[in-house]
Design a protein around this ligand. Structure first.
Ligand code: GLN
Length: 556
C-alpha cells in the first residue's frame, strides 16, 4: 500500500515479538500494573524487553496535564513529560526509557500535520487508514529496531471501544497481519464485577468487552481478569468460551499488598512461559536479577521498624499524583526493613494555621516530606510545616517546590527578609526564588520547563556527599524557578549550605542542607524519578534512615 504500511528501511520481521495489552470494561483496574509486571517477569527470563505506552488524548505529552485528574507527570531522563505508567515501566525494567517509548494521539497528529504541510504525502489525501495507522506502525517498528528488543510490550491506554484509541487498535490489528500471527500476541485486561449484595462474580461486562475487541478483528490470546480475590471457576469457563480460549489462558489478577509481588504471581501462573513458547524464544534466566528482586520483596514483607511520614501537599486525596514518591519510599523501606505509614497533610487547609495547630498535626510524626508543586494555594501551610521541622529537628526532605519553599522559610525566619517566590507573589519585596533567566521570555506551557536529567556538582564534606558518595550525580528536573543567585551569599552567611550546584551553570543551586540539623535536606531535582526497587534513591534511603533514628530517640 504505497509507502504507508509503516516499514522503516532495514526492518526485519520476526526479530522483535510484540505483545499488545488492551483493556476492557473500565480503565484503572491494573492494566499498567499487569504490563509492568510482565516486563519484570521477562527480565527474570533474561530477555531484552522494551515498552511503549499509547495514550489516546490529543495532548502532545503529559506536561500540561493536571495531576489531580491524571496522576503525576513523570519525567524521563531526556526531558519527556509522560504519563505515570512510564515511571512504572522504568521501575519494572530497571532501564531508562525515552521519548520513543511514549506515544500520544497529539504527538502522532502533530507529526502528520507537519508532514502534510511540507507536502510529504505527495498530493495524497491524508487518511486514518493507511496514513495514521502507517505512522503508528512506523513508530513502533523504529522503536523495535532502536532497542533491538526481543519483546516489545505495547500498552494501549483507555478501553476497547473508545473513539480515542480506535485507529490505534486498528493499527495493532494490521501489525499482527503484517508481522505474522507467530510474532504478535494480544492480551485483554478486563474487569469482573463483584456486586456486594450478590456475593458472586459477574462476567457479563467482561464478556461484552471481549466481544467488542473481537468485533474489531482481534482475537485475544490471553484474558487477564481483575478481581479482588480469586476467580470463580464458572466465570473462568464463561470467559474462555466467549474468547474461544483454553481455560489456562484466562488468568486472575487479584489485589496485592505491593505491585512488586505481581511478577512472581504471573510466573507461577505460567503466563510468561506460555508466551515464550508461543514466540519460540528461549529464556536465559537472569538469576541475579530475580534473586535481588526476591530479596527486595523480603525486605518489604518483613519490616523490623515502623515509622510515620507526613507528606504535605495539595493533591493529597489523589495519591497517584505522588506515585513516584510513594514508590521511592517503598524502595527505601525495603532496603532498611522499615515499614512506613503515610500521613497526608492537605496544606490548603493549613495556610492560616497557628504554630500550635501545625505542632499538633506533626505530633507523632517521624519525618516530613514536601513534594513538588505549583502555585500559591497551600504554599504558606507548607512553609509553616518546614519551619516546624527546622526548629524541632524533625527530618525533612523537600523536593523541587519543597526545596524552594525551604529557602523562603529560611530567608523569612532566619534572615528576617520579607521573602517569597515570584511564582507566588510576582511583586514580592525580596524575591529569593525567581524565574530561571532562560524562562523569562517563554509563553507556551507545554515542554518549556527546565526538564530532564542534568549533572550536579556535589560539595565534599556535606550531607549530600555522604548520601551520594560521589562528586557528580545526575538527577531529573522539572521546574521554571530557581534560587535567586543574588541572595545566595546572604543565605549562606546565615548558615544555609548549598551542597549541590548545576554543572552546566554553577549559579543554579540544586541541593540545600542545614549542617546542625539531623536531616534537613532539599533538592531542586526530583530524586523520586530515578528510584528503582533494586536501586533505591540514596536521598530517600538516608531520609528514611534519619526518620528511624528520630523515631527511636523520641519513643518513650
Ligand atoms: N513551581 C516550581 C517551579 O516551577 C516547582 C516545580 C516543581 O515542584 N516541579 O520551579
Amino acid at each position: 500500500m504505497e509507502n504507508f504500511s509503516g516499514i522503516p528501511e532495514g526492518y526485519k520481521r520476526g526479530v522483535t515479538k510484540y505483545i499488545v495489552v488492551t483493556g476492557s470494561v473500565i480503565s484503572g483496574v491494573g492494566k499498567g500494573t499487569f504490563t509492568s509486571s510482565l516486563a519484570t517477569l521477562f527480565r527474570f527470563y533474561g530477555l531484552r524487553v522494551s515498552m511503549l505506552k499509547f495514550d489516546g488524548y490529543l495532548n502532545v505529552d503529559a506536561g500540561t496535564l493536571n495531576p489531580y485528574r491524571h496522576g503525576e507527570v513523570f519525567v524521563l531522563a531526556d526531558g519527556t513529560e509522560t504519563d505515570l505508567d512510564l515511571g512504572s515501566y522504568e521501575r519494572a525494567l530497571h532501564q531508562e526509557l525515552s521519548k520513543d517509548n511514549y506515544l500520544t494521539a497529539g504527538k502522532i497528529f502533530k507529526h502528520i500535520i507537519e508532514k502534510e504541510r511540507k507536502g510529504l504525502y505527495l498530493g495524497r489525501d491524508v487518511q486514518f487508514v493507511p496514513h495514521v495507522t502507517g505512522e503508528i506502525k512506523y513508530f513502533i517498528r523504529k522503536l523495535a529496531m532502536k532497542t533491538k528488543a526481543q519483546v516489545l510490550i505495547i500498552e494501549v491506554g483507555g478501553t476497547v471501544g473508545d473513539i480515542e484509541n480506535s485507529y490505534f487498535i486498528e493499527a495493532m490489528r494490521q501489525l499482527r497481519h503484517e508481522e505474522g500471527r507467530e510474532n504478535v500476541l494480544f492480551i485483554n485486561v478486563t474487569y469482573i464485577i463483584e456486586p456486594e449484595h450478590l456475593d458472586e462474580q459477574k462476567s457479563k461486562a467482561a464478556q461484552l468487552g471481549i466481544l467488542r475487541l473481537m468485533s474489531l478483528g482481534i482475537q485475544p490470546d490471553f484474558i487477564v481478569c481483575r478481581v479482588s480475590r480469586g476467580l470463580e471457576n464458572n466465570v473462568r469457563e464463561k470467559i474462555s468460551i466467549v474468547a474461544s480460549l483454553p481455560e489456562q489462558n484466562v488468568i486472575a489478577l487479584h489485589d496485592f499488598d505491593s505491585i512488586y509481588e505481581v511478577p512472581l504471581y504471573l510466573e507461577k501462573q505460567g503466563i510468561g512461559r506460555a508466551m515464550l513458547r508461543y514466540f519460540r524464544i528461549r529464556a536465559k534466566p537472569d538469576k541475579k536479577f530475580r534473586h535481588a528482586w526476591l530479596r527486595f520483596l523480603q525486605g518489604l514483607r518483613n519490616p523490623q521498624h515502623e515509622i510515620r511520614i507526613a507528606i504535605a501537599g495539595k493533591y493529597t486525596d489523589v495519591h497517584d499524583s505522588y506515585l513516584s514518591i510513594l514508590k521511592a519510599l517503598e524502595h527505601a523501606s525495603a532496603k532498611l526493613r522499615c515499614g512506613i505509614s503515610i500521613k497526608w497533610l492537605e496544606t490548603t487547609e493549613l495556610d492560616n494555621a497557628t504554630h500550635d495547630e501545625i505542632a499538633k498535626k506533626l505530633a507523632n510524626i517521624h519525618a516530613l516530606l514536601i513534594p513538588g508543586g505549583f502555585g500559591k494555594r497551600g504554599s504558606e501551610g507548607k512553609i509553616k510545616c518546614i519551619r516546624y521541622a527546622r526548629m524541632h529537628g524533625l527530618p525533612f526532605l523537600g523536593l523541587c517546590f519543597g526545596f524552594q519553599l525551604a529557602v523562603i522559610e529560611f530567608a523569612r525566619n532566619v534572615c528576617k527578609l520579607d521573602a517569597n517566590s515570584t511564582e507566588l507573589d510576582p511583586k514580592c519585596r525580596e524575591p529569593v526564588i525567581d524565574l530561571l533567566p532562560e524562562q523569562k521570555n517563554i509563553s507556551e506551557l507545554g515542554g518549556t520547563m527546565r526538564l530532564g536529567a542534568r549533572e550536579i556538582l556535589i560539595k565534599e564534606r556535606t550531607l549530600a556527599h555522604k548520601i551520594y558518595q560521589k562528586k557528580i550525580i545526575k538527577e531529573r528536573f522539572r521546574h521554571r524557578y530557581e534560587v535567586n543567585p543574588a541572595y545566595v551569599p546572604l543565605l549562606e552567611d546565615h548558615g544555609l549550605v548549598f551542597s549541590g550546584v548545576a554543572k552546566e551553570d554553577k549559579r543554579i543551586m540544586q541541593i540545600l542542607e542545614l549542617p546542625r540539623h539531623r536531616f534537613f535536606f532539599a533538592t531542586q531535582f526530583h530524586p523520586e524519578y530515578s528510584s528503582w526497587p533494586l536501586r533505591p534513591s540514596p536521598a530517600f534511603v538516608e531520609f528514611v534512615n534519619a526518620a528511624m533514628k528520630y523515631a527511636k530517640e523520641n519513643s518513650h
